[in-house]
Write a protein that binds this ligand. Structure first.
Ligand SMILES: NC(=O)c1ccc[n+]([C@@H]2O[C@H](COP(=O)([O-])OP(=O)(O)OC[C@H]3O[C@@H](n4cnc5c(N)ncnc54)[C@H](OP(=O)(O)O)[C@@H]3O)[C@@H](O)[C@H]2O)c1
Length: 295
């Protein structure tokens, strides 16, 4: 089995990848601050901004494939700390890419729909990115660095990931479930169109990209573009949650202009090339949470 390193294995997608890759790879994951292992998986501590630590970690593990999920991933958090965002999301990713080139390691980099400005929507891999927030800018800079130096790489741009995770960071739908159980409301921004993808489908697609000979950029999203608010309403109605938990929210004044309106994806390339099935929202929710009970 090939040796696989997953950075950010304590995160939402990294944890799911750890669970779904262990039968196919000899897999080791890294965490930075969240030493959370509900299943006793072995995670190695790695702060990506420490170049020496990064090199030592990669030398010691000596992987054949790296799936790089680690990032400062909160859009508002990135606006608050652009320096850390650039260090982790861009500089450390470029450093990691350089190391992968030197050691002939295949690199799968997880990027984001936030590289687009959200004006056009239905973005394909051929569309030119124009990020409008710190997070998107840092992810796009990392993409450019990887494209510039790597040969054996995939840039997998993910759209909004939903579903049943077991990391400390919760997905959008898990947040709605928690709000329902706790009787609290959950703010959902209006007017944001996304192509939500289930955590399970995203994980399988990323694993397939890591296993095969795929190259270049791939857009991973669900088959249906939908407004975030309508998605929340659909989830609530399918699973008979309390409608009042949705708090229709406007973007706060200090964050206006940083959330792209429509970052939906054209997923034809992934649909054509991958065996992993990209799904409608109903199919994805069914896969994540099971068939809703009829009431
Ligand atoms: N979730 C989505 O909807 C979505 C959509 C588009 C793209 N993506 C991309 O997918 C990837 C994974 O996202 P996610 O939702 O799983 O993120 P997440 O849950 O926030 O996890 C982020 C991971 O990065 C690690 N990390 C942060 N700073 C680090 C540092 N300085 N050194 C080493 N590790 C560090 C965290 O480690 P600790 O917690 O241990 O500190 C954590 O394991 C990201 O690259 C993101 O840009 C996600």
């Amino acid at each position: 089995m090939k040796k696989l390193l997953i950075t950010g294995a304590s995160g939402l997608i990294g944890r799911s990848l750890m669970k779904h890759c262990h039968n196919r790879f000899d897999v080791i994951g890294t965490y930075n601050t969240t030493d959370y292992k509900p299943d006793n998986s072995v995670l190695k501590k790695l702060n990506l901004t420490d170049t020496a630590e990064l090199e030592q970690c990669l030398d010691a593990i000596n992987p054949e494939v790296v799936i790089h999920t680690a990032a400062v991933s909160s859009i508002s958090g990135c606006e608050k700390d652009p320096k850390l965002t650039e260090e982790v999301n861009y500089r450390a990713s470029a450093q990691l890419a350089a190391f992968c080139v030197r050691k002939d390691i295949r690199l799968i980099y997880l990027s984001s729909d936030m590289v687009f400005n959200g004006v056009k929507g239905n973005y394909s891999e051929d569309d030119e990115p124009h990020p409008i927030n710190q997070y998107g800018k840092s992810k796009y800079s990392a993409e450019e660095a990887i494209k510039g130096i790597c040969q054996n790489y995939v840039i997998a741009r993910l759209n909004l990931v939903y579903g049943k995770g077991d990391a400390v960071k919760k997905s959008f739908t898990d947040e709605l479930l928690i709000a329902n159980w706790s009787g609290k409301s959950y703010p959902v921004f209006k007017d944001q169109v996304r192509s939500p993808i289930s955590l399970n489908a995203a994980t399988r697609a990323i694993r397939e990209l890591a296993e095969g000979n795929f190259e270049g950029v791939y857009h991973l999203g669900g088959l249906e573009p939908i407004n975030r608010l309508d998605f929340a309403k659909k989830f609530i109605s399918m699973f008979h949650l309390v409608p009042e938990i949705i708090e229709e929210a406007d973007v706060p004044e200090e964050l206006q202009g940083i959330y792209p309106m429509n970052t939906s994806f054209d997923v034809s390339k992934a649909k054509g090339d991958l065996k992993t099935v990209l799904m409608t929202i109903e199919e994805g929710l069914d896969l994540e949470y099971g068939k809703p009970q009829v009431q």
